[in-house]
Design a protein around this ligand. Structure first.
Ligand code: UD1
Length: 419
């Protein structure tokens, strides 16, 4: 078992470079199945979700060459099976993108129910509704999803819920379908735009990604033979921004798209932090104790649920009582129990949590329940007095590359220890 041992408090100072977005990468990799040929993808984060995505593609018949730790060339000319490996697909959530991509490529797929962070019920009814409207038959039996289509045909699909995964999955299935698909009430996250940009670079005809209506004109094939660079990770950038505020530090966060960070910038300014937008980098600093603020998580461009736990650390240290309303995932307050072990005063009731700010947190052994909870506990450990031990690192390694090394470079006293 591994743990992170953090000795605080340390104000984080210096420069950190943001990697490619996990949530874009885990969709772009299966999207390569729609290409009958080769393409190169760079700015890939070197994280376990990306490595497992690559393993799944290889099991389906793709050939992958790692040019560098952050760049692959992938050849999807020979896809030899329509059965995705159940043990791998059940390891993370985004394995559901195999369904849309393989329906498009092969007209058939058998895949295990997706796994991933336990954030509450994670239904995929909107994905299935979209596939069925495109002409697929979908059955779910004993934890396995079977989807089959003789010929996918474009259709008008209204999403009952704004869903990142369903929007991307239906986009994947409709790229090679006959005719035009319109996704209404689509999600607008930056990684949706990135997946559309990737597919368009490879020859697809997708318009409107980033708005709530996406139009996909089906094309006969995707040509590949191109290189694509994954968009910088909005959530990783936000994690470091909030780490700067929680630790009363001063960070320059490089390689980010500052427009994607507007909702986080607004909240940092509201709690008394400072933000300087320098185009492709952002400086965040905070000299005094943050003040209270209320947060409601919402689909993009609202405040992202994936930064709610990191913001929770800031608010647990703020002057005054703050309220967070979590509108996306009902079980996303598990980290608050761990912060309370460190001296925070948080009461979570259903989708709402009350943060009675304390002047200091104190080191303690804590357990990360999911990826972003893990990031929050690291930030708390750096801000806290004394020694914090963070356990369950497999969650954190799913989404952050070299996390302890990158925090160490900006001043954190943090070690990974094997027990
Ligand atoms: C993606 C992100 C995840 C992020 C989430 C919300 C990836 C790999 N993961 O997850 O990090 O927290 O967006 O920004 O990109 N829903 C349904 N039916 C469906 C689909 C979703 O009811 O068919 C509900 C969910 O229960 C949830 C809400 O819609 O309450 C949003 O979920 P969705 O946007 O689909 O999240 P994911 O794509 O799974």
């Amino acid at each position: 078992m591994e743990k992170l041992v953090i000795t605080g408090p340390t104000p984080l100072k210096g420069e950190v470079t943001i990697n490619g977005a996990k949530n874009a990468a885990v969709a772009i990799l299966p999207a390569t199945l729609l290409i009958n040929g080769t393409c190169t993808i760079n700015n890939l984060p070197n994280i376990s979700d990306v490595k497992i995505s690559c393993e799944i593609l290889e099991k389906l018949g793709a050939k992958i060459t790692w040019n560098t730790p952050n760049e692959i060339t992938i050849d999807t000319t020979n896809i030899s099976t329509t059965k995705a490996p159940l043990d791998l697909t059940s390891k993370f959530r985004a394995s559901y993108y195999i369904i849309g991509a393989m329906l498009g490529r092969m007209g058939e797929i058998e895949v295990g129910m997706p796994g991933g962070c336990k954030l509450g019920a994670r239904p995929i009814d909107q994905h299935i509704k979209g596939f069925e409207l495109l002409g697929a038959e979908v059955t779910v039996e004993k934890g396995t999803i079977y989807a089959k289509a003789n010929k996918l045909k474009g259709n008008n699909i209204y999403m009952d819920i704004v869903s990142v995964g369903a929007t991307i999955n239906v986009m994947l299935a409709s790229v090679l379908a006959e005719g035009t698909t319109i996704i209404d009430n689509a999600a607008k996250e930056p990684h949706i735009v990135d997946v559309a940009n990737f597919l368009n670079t490879m020859g697809a005809d997708i318009r409107g990604a980033g708005t709530d209506v996406i139009k996909i004109n089906g094309v006969k094939s995707l040509h590949g033979d191109a290189t694509y660079s994954v968009v910088p990770d909005q959530i990783e950038a936000g994690t470091f921004m909030l780490a700067a505020v929680a630790t009363k530090g001063d960070l320059i966060i490089k390689n980010c798209i500052t427009k994607h960070l507007d909702s986080i910038t607004a909240k940092i300014l509201e709690v008394g932090g400072n933000v300087e937008d320098n185009g492709d980098s952002i400086r965040v600093w905070c000299k005094k104790r943050p003040t209270k603020a209320n947060i409601k998580t919402l689909p993009y461009p609202g405040f992202p649920t994936d930064l709610q736990p990191q913001m929770g650390v800031v608010l647990s240290l703020a002057d005054g009582t703050s309220i967070i309303n979590e509108s996306i995932w009902e079980s996303r307050f598990q980290y608050t129990e761990e912060l309370n072990k460190m001296g925070a005063k948080i009461t979570a009731q259903g989708k709402t949590a009350f943060f009675e700010g304390v002047p200091k947190l104190y080191g303690a052994p804590v357990y990360s329940s999911d990826l972003r909870a893990g990031a929050a506990l690291i930030i708390a450990g750096i801000a806290a007095n004394g020694v914090t031990e963070v356990y369950n690192l497999e969650h954190i390694d799913r989404g952050y590359e070299n996390i302890e090394e990158r925090f160490r470079k900006i001043g954190a006293k943090i070690e990974r220890i094997k027990e």
